[in-house]
Design a protein around this ligand. Structure first.
Ligand code: PHE
Length: 452
């Protein structure tokens, strides 16, 4: 496809909000708190922050510069910059990751939709067994599939509207709304009695908990949460304007993403600790079982407050999930559209169909297909493991090697300084992190954990 026909984001703020929209999602509000709960609180957060600064930001800037320079979707970007080499596999794995992630991500996104509707119907003000409610819902043969399909169709609808009128417009409205809801919820959660225990859990590190598994988990979480290692941000960057400052954009996205994750912790843990007998170590059930208990128990004297809190919380989850699913969808849509010359609508239909097909298996792996296991994991867990723990960090490592060692440094410098117009004081550090720190750290964490 010729460059002149390619879409662009319309403004710098649109670029930041769309990229932050991709990054902020269920990874921050659902996956991060449950990993923090399972891996011992503050110590995990510190390891996570190191991963963001040392590995996440340099890899994110690399994805940005590869996307903007090549002016192509992820699946083709590496071929444009290094024709005839094997580097193209990074892009191809990115496209594969995008539909694998979207297939299971849309399932949890569907749950959030069900929970939003249930909280609007006042379900969480009623006295009932929420573990049973959750288990019955996720193991139902129809409902989770139906909500997953609805979520995919919502995503599809925004994608076919295009880059500027769909993705950018939607992110510009939804991201500020999402940040506002988070702030309100943090204040609500802090004002609950006993919330101080939750804060202590989040702020007091216990380094005896840091094992090599915790480090691998933190690294996988950092890559997943920042949407790096699979080309979402590379694809978005191919729509960036020439004057966008790549470092500033990456810094803003990392900051927003980390703030949202930590604030999600500030919402969830003080609330959970305010109800005696509830555990912070509830894994994936934390926001779907433990929190409904909080809404019901902590607010039984002021039920309308519990109603508002729960409704806002699940609206937050739905919005966060939607800005991420559109970025995942865009990777394959742009690839099919440009590589096979399909219309954007047709490409989007193919992606939606593939994900609904795979997503159905993931949705049913909590019930009917629960006994279908490979390496001891259900289909859902397998998709999560293969993408978040294998593909994203490994592709992240190869992206760092590609930019740090292979790509002509004139191109790298030209992109990060916008043709010499920007002064980047830490350019040397950036290259050092890409050349040595990222490959050595990611490689050794892998060898240590996976070959055990
Ligand atoms: N970053 C998103 C989240 O935190 C998930 C995601 C991963 C989106 C990879 C795009 C690519 O929920």
């Amino acid at each position: 496809m010729s460059d002149s026909r390619r879409a662009n984001f319309g403004s710098k703020i649109g670029i930041i909000l769309a990229s932050a929209g991709s990054a902020v999602g269920l990874g921050n509000i659902w996956r991060f708190p449950c990993q923090v709960g399972e891996n011992g609180g503050a110590a995990f957060i510190l390891v996570y922050l190191c991963c963001i600064v040392l590995l996440g930001i340099p890899v994110m800037v690399s994805e940005f510069l590869i996307g903007r320079r090549s002016h192509a979707n992820t699946g083709s970007a590496y071929e444009v910059l290094s024709p005839g080499t094997q580097w193209k596999w990074i892009g191809i794995f990115g496209v594969i990751s995008s539909f694998l992630i979207l297939s299971y991500y849309a399932v949890v996104a569907g749950w959030t939709l069900e929970y939003m509707i249930a909280s609007a119907a006042g379900m969480f003000s009623k006295n009932q067994d929420f573990t049973l409610f959750f288990n019955n819902f996720v193991s139902d043969p129809v409902k989770p599939v139906m909500y997953m399909v609805i979520f995919m169709l919502l995503t599809h609808f925004i994608i076919v509207k295009g880059v500027k009128d769909g993705i950018e417009k939607f992110s510009k409205v939804m991201m500020p709304l999402l940040l506002l809801i988070i702030c309100v919820l943090v204040v609500c959660s802090f004002s609950m009695p006993g919330s101080i225990e939750g804060l202590r859990f989040l702020l007091k590190p216990d380094f005896s908990k840091v094992t090599s598994k915790v480090i691998l988990d933190a690294m996988g979480q950092a890559f997943f949460s920042m949407s790096i290692g699979m080309g979402c941000l590379c694809t978005y960057a191919s729509y960036f304007t020439k004057d966008a400052n790549l470092f500033k954009t990456a810094g803003s996205v990392a900051l927003i993403d980390t703030l949202v994750a930590v604030m999600a912790g500030f919402i969830i843990f003080p609330a959970v600790f305010s109800v005696p007998g509830l555990s912070a170590n509830a894994g994936p059930g934390l926001v779907f079982v433990t929190l409904p208990n909080v809404f019901q128990l902590a607010f039984h004297s002021v039920p309308w407050l519990g109603y508002l809190f729960s409704l806002m919380f699940y609206i937050l989850l739905v919005l966060a999930a939607l800005t991420s699913t559109i970025s995942l969808h865009e990777v394959t849509t742009a690839f099919l559209h440009e590589k096979f010359n399909m219309s954007r609508r047709k490409a989007a239909c193919c992606m939606t169909a593939i994900c609904i097909f795979l997503g159905t298996f993931c949705a049913l792996s909590f019930g009917m297909l629960g006994s279908w296991k490979l390496f001891g994991m259900t289909i859902f867990d397998l998709f999560d493991f293969v993408t978040a723990k294998l593909f994203l960090p490994l592709c992240g490592m190869f992206i760092a090697i590609f930019t740090g060692w292979y790509l002509d440094k004139k191109i790298v410098r030209d992109e990060v300084t916008n043709g010499g117009r920007l002064h980047i004081g830490f350019y040397g550090l950036f290259i050092f992190l890409l050349k040595f720190v990222a490959p050595i750290c990611i490689g050794s964490i892998f060898i240590n954990e996976l070959l055990k």
